[in-house]
Design a protein around this ligand. Structure first.
Ligand SMILES: Nc1ncnc2c1ncn2[C@@H]1O[C@H](COP(=O)(O)OP(=O)(O)O)[C@@H](O)[C@H]1O
Ligand SMILES: [Mg+2]
Length: 417
């Protein structure tokens, strides 16, 4: 703990502005997705990694660039007519979301299945969107986990690129933390969501002999079900990581991700591995327990970068100040906030080597949640006992009031005058 607090000064390098290729990208100020084009690796790579995603995929579900047109196993092919019918001709009333790729609509297929239909912007010159589309189809068609969105099918016709995915009915985590739906997510739900995301990432990072790196973990890419279980979505930026079989530590690749969540080491070196997702997960954790977005430009200057502000509070021993004000500061919540913050800061450490694996982070979260539930149950019991004794007390005083009234009536009746 002391070590972590002492490392406060080390936090600063993560927010340096970095010149990348032709453009300057400031990960703190730029709120949008960061695309850095035409950059060559700044340092030599530890392993010889094939550059393209497709050529680096392996296993029974892998494709070469020539056979991409072949349908990925499990994915259904749809026609534009079917999807137009399912969405009321892409009616604005059925719009459920929007991102860098395009619009997302809710739709009902002929067989009754509810789906989300993600329609790419029709910009023939946007090569980037085509790459995102193919990446998402390929990655989603390979993975299968309760906490990952499922691919149902797609359309690639002319300049239309449309993904059909499992519909997740309860909005995204960012909207819930912002209070869009009115209901405040309680601490237990927030811990469950964090654990779900950690499990999804653990699955991806331990996938086959080469990990899958999501590269865009953030609250708007975490979808919630009716029972507030989380599903990680949006695989447009994902890519296959280094082959651990041959001891490779990273792949060198252009920088992609979202400002505020982007691993500073990856931004500086173009070296990507699973720990870049761990960094984004750390930032997401901070968001989950503070209720603040990673970057909030309307705040005073020393509070704009949430992780920095939270870390400073932590160092000053004022960790309870960082708890989302919408959450009740119960003894149970206060009993875990320090450990939760410590985990988040370890995940978002400036250097990859200092970050835990996603598996380790999931285990720590599991322990934190277990201890939270023990404390929470105690609180629930005490509250129940207190309200029961209040109920008994008021029943007793009602009874004695009734008894007194009855006595009064009886004594009145006895009086003849
Ligand atoms: N399967 C889905 N079910 C329900 N809503 C979804 C689904 N997929 C996406 N959305 C909504 O649309 C938004 C943008 O989707 P996303 O896949 O992140 O697209 P982009 O790649 O453009 O960022 C999400 O934040 C979410 O609110
Ligand atoms: Mg998205």
């Amino acid at each position: 703990m002391v070590g972590l607090r002492d490392s406060f000064n080390m936090m600063c390098p993560c927010f340096r502005t970095k010149a990348t290729g032709n453009e300057f990208v400031d990960p703190v100020v730029n709120r949008h997705k960061v695309y850095v084009k035409d950059v060559s690796p700044a340092q030599s790579v530890a392993s010889t990694e094939p550059g393209s995603l497709r050529s680096s995929l392996r296993g029974p579900h892998s494709y070469s660039s020539q056979d991409y047109q072949a349908k990925p196993p499990g994915a259904e092919m749809f026609t534009m007519a079917e999807l137009a019918r399912a969405t009321g001709n892409f009616n604005a009333q059925n719009k459920i979301g929007q991102g860098g790729f395009g619009m997302v609509y809710k739709g009902r297929l002929r067989d009754g299945r509810m789906v989300a239909i993600k329609r790419g912007k029709k910009d023939a010159y946007e090569q980037r969107l085509s790459v995102e589309f193919r990446t998402e189809v390929e990655m989603l068609s390979q993975v299968d986990h309760l906490n990952l969105g499922k691919l149902i099918g797609y359309v690639e016709e002319g300049n239309e690129r449309i993904l059909v995915v499992e519909y997740v009915p309860n909005g995204n985590l960012g909207e819930h933390l912002d209070g869009t739906y009115g209901k405040v997510l309680d601490m237990n739900t927030r811990l469950d969501i964090a654990i779900d995301v950690a499990h999804a990432l653990t699955y991806l990072h331990l996938y086959a002999d080469r990990p899958i790196i999501h590269r865009d973990i953030k609250s708007s890419n975490i979808l919630l079900t009716d029972t507030y279980r989380a599903k990680v979505a949006d695989f447009g930026f994902s890519r296959v990581g280094p082959s651990t079989d041959v001891g490779a530590t990273h792949v060198s690749t252009q920088v992609k991700g979202t400002a505020g969540y982007l691993d500073p080491e990856y931004l500086n070196t173009y070296q990507l591995n699973t720990k870049s997702d761990v960094y984004s997960f750390g930032i997401l954790l901070v968001e989950i327990f503070t209720g603040r977005r990673p970057i909030e430009l309307k705040r005073p200057s020393d509070e704009r970068v949430t992780v920095r502000w939270a870390f400073r509070k932590f160092v000053e021993g004022k960790v309870s100040d960082i708890l989302d004000p919408k959450l009740e500061k119960t003894p149970a919540a206060l009993s875990i906030i320090e450990r939760l913050a410590e985990l988040a800061f370890a995940c978002s450490a400036p250097t990859k080597a200092d970050r835990p694996s996603m598996k380790k982070a999931a285990e720590v979260l599991w322990e934190i949640r277990k201890d939270y539930l023990v404390e929470h149950q105690k609180e629930v019991k005490v509250k129940a006992e207190r309200s029961e004794s209040i109920r008994m007390e008021s029943a007793r005083s009602e009874m004695s009031a009734d008894a007194q009234a009855a006595l009064h009536q009886t004594s009145n009746r006895r009086r003849p005058w």
